[in-house]
Design a binder for this molecule. Structure first.
Ligand SMILES: Cc1cc2nc3c(=O)[nH]c(=O)nc-3n(C[C@H](O)[C@H](O)[C@H](O)COP(=O)(O)O)c2cc1C
Length: 364
């Protein structure tokens, strides 16, 4: 998300470009959410109006278990995208994340491109900074950056795969965990640690939990590929090394299963494209589902209205999955019967031996 030799503003423009044309997805990998089969209930003993989609996350109650995860800032176009998408998220009662705020740290005049409070006074708003950058900043600068936009939480993004394939990307990831520990202790808003499409493993989550982190966005494999975005940006789509890393990481469903029993709150993101997929992630133990590329795509196609259409349809998809499993609440959905099949099942089994509790809370 960050690089050193381009201005953060110009880099953001380049990174948004592919999302006008549908984004850059995984080549062959999938999220493995298709391996989570929710067992159909033909006699749901509830009315659609009884379904309670509310979800608690990072100290807030969202009206539906959905989060638009961080995308952009720093350009005039980003200003409009942020304000319009945040307004929709506010209306729907779901979460909204800003893209990396590095540009406004480099040039304070760009702060207004992250300003969404006028459009969305009540939305649950997450600020955003890269882990490597967090490690180089005094905490009071981070606190000021969050205050300037009225953020309710800070997302710290980890994107080592993307950095490594950028010639000008970061090469030194030391100190990030310590910086996260300091941020958790020193900031008065919750810290959400997120990947950007390569997933978070159980081992990583445990280290983050030891550092005091309570909220994760696993952002796994199966959706946007940032190695892919870099390959496209440089016209290197056929480079074998880039192709080999394109789908690198932990698929979204596996990442959720890995961290589900750690007592952390989890955003399941990375390739979540329908409400039913979101419900499958919730059944595995996620607190909410996150989505980015389809929201950018909808905004480029039809602005605020199109974004509202896409997100409302996803929420209705979640509601349908609740009804068709006879679930009134997220807790009911987690307890509803499901079958875990295929590679996700194998992954969970392979990762379980020797543990006191199975990854995924005994999924399958
Ligand atoms: C256009 C775009 C820009 C993004 N920029 C950021 C960013 O600045 N910071 C960040 O943490 N994640 C960023 N992301 C990553 C998303 O938040 C998300 O983790 C990832 O795209 C996976 O979700 P998806 O498959 O639904 O797109 C960006 C995603 C998109 C589509």
């Amino acid at each position: 998300m960050d690089d050193r030799s381009f201005g953060a503003e110009r880099r953001k423009q380049e990174h948004l470009a592919p999302f006008r044309r549908g984004g850059v997805a995984a080549r062959e990998a999938t999220t493995w959410l298709e391996c989570v089969r929710l067992v159909h209930c033909a006699v749901p003993d509830l009315s659609v109006a009884d379904v309670d989609l509310s979800a608690s996350f990072a100290g807030r109650t969202l009206r539906a278990p959905l989060f638009v995860t961080g995308m952009t800032g720093g350009t005039p176009e980003a200003r409009l995208l942020n304000a319009e998408v945040a307004r929709v998220a506010g209306r729907l009662g779901i979460g909204f994340g800003l893209g990396s705020q590095r540009a406004m740290l480099e040039d304070p005049d760009l702060a207004s491109t992250y300003e969404v409070r006028a459009a969305a006074p009540d939305v649950f708003l997450a600020g955003n900074i890269g882990g490597v950058q967090l490690a180089s900043l005094p905490l009071n600068a981070v606190a000021r950056m969050l205050e300037a936009v009225g953020a309710d939480a800070l997302c710290v993004h980890l994107n080592p795969a993307q950095e490594l394939v950028q010639p000008e990307g970061d090469r030194d990831f030391r100190g990030v965990l310590d910086a996260i520990r300091r941020a958790v202790r020193g900031l008065d808003v919750p810290v959400i640690v997120k990947e950007v499409g390569a997933g978070i493993s159980r081992e990583t989550a445990l280290r983050l939990r030891d550092a005091g982190v309570r909220c994760l966005d696993v952002a796994g494999v199966g959706g946007t590929s940032w190695v892919g975005v870099e390959a496209v940006r440089r016209g290197r789509e056929s480079d074998p090394e880039l192709r080999a890393l394109w789908d690198w990481g932990v698929p979204t469903a596996a990442a959720v299963a890995e961290v589900a029993d750690l007592g952390m709150e989890v955003i399941a993101s990375g390739g979540v494209r329908t409400g039913v997929e979101a419900a499958r992630a919730l059944a595995l133990g996620a607190s909410v589902a996150g989505v980015a590329a389809p929201v950018a795509g909808a905004w480029f196609e039809g602005g605020e209205e199109a974004v509202e259409r896409v997100l409302s349809r996803m929420i209705e998809g979640v509601r349908a999955a609740f009804v068709l499993t006879g679930s009134r609440t997220i807790a009911d959905l987690r307890a509803a019967p499901r079958v875990v099949t295929g590679p996700l099942r194998e992954w969970i089994e392979a990762r379980t031996p020797g543990r006191d509790r199975p990854a995924g809370g005994g999924a399958g």
